[in-house]
Design a protein around this ligand. Structure first.
Ligand code: 1HN
Length: 350
């Protein structure tokens, strides 16, 4: 409310508000400025989780509860500015999941889209609709919405990965559905690696033929580190880094060239040693995982050191500079694709 009111009008308005409230009616003019801000004012905060710290708590949980008991043994990385929401940004979720040798995380499916980014261990799998992806450090594995998925650890070491999901987005739309498979694990109906061979090499089964098994769905769900790293290093060898990103590659859906899932975009970037990005802000709050190297994030007047496996969240519209002390490789995911579809995505480049 801008113009001042006389005392009389002000007290009569207060009385009016009090009368309306039981009928669930409120004056917009009291809240308009907070609802329609001139630019984003996310309550989410910049926050970094150091991996060793989180891993120790997760391993302690591993001594106390099994993957089967927990269904998913995960520590939620909740943004300190969004208490009680299980959210890392207003639209996204992040957690660290542990699966110990011989454990199975039972098969289920849900409307929510998920990605896994492997932090430690080798030889556990995620099975998606009956096909196993054997996971190695820094592999990206997807479980797009409504696809059956279970995890198992057939190795003899603990396996930890970061889960990124669109849980708050699905909650926002009141569109959550989930169900369990009657068996703990989906029958293995497809040989491991089959999808990667069919869709991971810039080709796809001829449309409409019997081999186009994953037609109509995001066909590819495994993006191995050995492959994306080679692409990223190749990119870095053959050109100049982008001033605001460094060398950056987005993971794409081979069926349509778009983002990996309808609500989540994911990318990797390499900042050469000594390089610092120009400042940039964007409306897609982003979760970063440090893959290789050391450096720092400069944001909100703070310098946040970055080391391998650290997780950093940078909310919407915070001006960010990333600097690399050594060659710095980062993985990141955000809701950029969802915002683009809704006509909301904006960025600012200094
Ligand atoms: C889920 O299904 C997984 O499948 C992990 O591993 C984390 C967090 C919330 C809801 C569903 C998984 C999840 C989740």
């Amino acid at each position: 409310m801008s113009a001042a009111l006389g005392n009389d009008a002000a007290s009569q308005l207060q009385a009016l508000y009090a009368e309306m409230q039981p009928r669930s009616l409120y004056p917009l003019w009291e809240v308009l400025g907070a609802l329609v801000t001139p630019e984003p004012r996310s309550p989410a905060r910049v926050h970094r989780w150091t991996y060793a710290d989180a891993r120790d708590y997760l391993l302690r949980a591993g001594d106390l509860i099994s993957a089967a008991q927990a269904e998913r043994r995960v520590l939620i990385m909740e943004n300190p500015g969004l208490p009680g929401t299980s959210s890392v940004t207003p639209s996204l979720y992040a957690g660290l999941q542990l699966i110990l040798p011989n454990e199975v995380a039972p098969c289920h499916r849900h409307a929510q889209c998920a990605l896994r980014f492997v932090m430690q261990g080798e030889g556990a799998f995620t099975a998606v609709d009956g096909e196993k992806a054997m996971m190695r450090p820094f592999d990206l594995v997807l479980t797009p919405g409504w696809q059956w998925h279970d995890h198992g650890n057939t190795s003899n070491e603990p396996m930890i990965w970061l889960d990124g999901l669109d849980i708050p987005t699905v909650l926002h739309f009141d569109a959550s559905f989930a169900e369990h498979l009657s068996a703990a694990a989906h029958p293995e109906t497809v040989p491991a690696g089959d999808t990667l061979r069919r869709y991971g090499r810039n080709m796809r089964p001829m449309r409409g033929t019997v081999s186009d098994r994953r037609q109509g769905r995001q066909p590819l769900f495994h993006y191995p580190y050995v492959e994306w790293r080679e692409s990223l290093l190749g990119l870095a060898r053959s050109g100049e880094p982008d001033p605001h990103f460094g060398h950056a590659l987005e993971f794409s859906n081979p069926a349509d060239g778009g983002a990996v899932m309808p609500t989540i975009s994911a990318h990797v970037r390499l900042l050469p040693a000594g390089f610092a990005t120009r400042p940039r802000a964007a409306t897609d709050g982003t979760v970063f995982v440090v893959v290789e190297g050391n450096g720092a994030a400069l944001v909100e007047g703070r310098t946040i050191p970055l080391s391998p496996r650290d997780v950093l969240v940078v909310p919407s519209w915070r001006e960010l500079v990333l600097q690399a002390d050594e060659d710095l490789v980062l993985f990141g995911y955000s809701d950029r694709v969802a915002q683009e579809k809704l006509g909301l995505f904006r960025e600012y480049r200094a």
